[in-house]
Unconditional design. Structure first.
Length: 77
């Protein structure tokens, strides 16, 4: 299993968009993403960096594995 990398909010948004999530709106320093057929909205803070627990929860809510998210992120360390 890959280690969870640190990333900025904007980097996380780009990675989730590669997986089909769409930016719905930007409210109070948070990107709100939605995806057709998904139960959850993702609320990604525009922080540098995003806390690891928050990022892990977003990945889980999106139904992704950490390995796949790292691949979408493009950080192959």
């Amino acid at each position: 299993m890959s280690r969870l990398p640190t990333c900025k909010g904007k980097e996380a948004v780009k990675a989730f968009r590669k997986n089909g999530w769409v930016l719905a709106r930007y409210i109070d320093d948070h990107f709100i993403l939605k995806k057709q057929g998904e139960r959850y909205l993702l609320s990604i803070p525009d922080h540098n960096p995003i806390k690891k627990g928050t990022l892990r929860r977003l990945i889980r809510d999106a139904g992704l594995s950490i390995d796949y998210f790292v691949k979408l992120l493009g950080k192959n360390k």
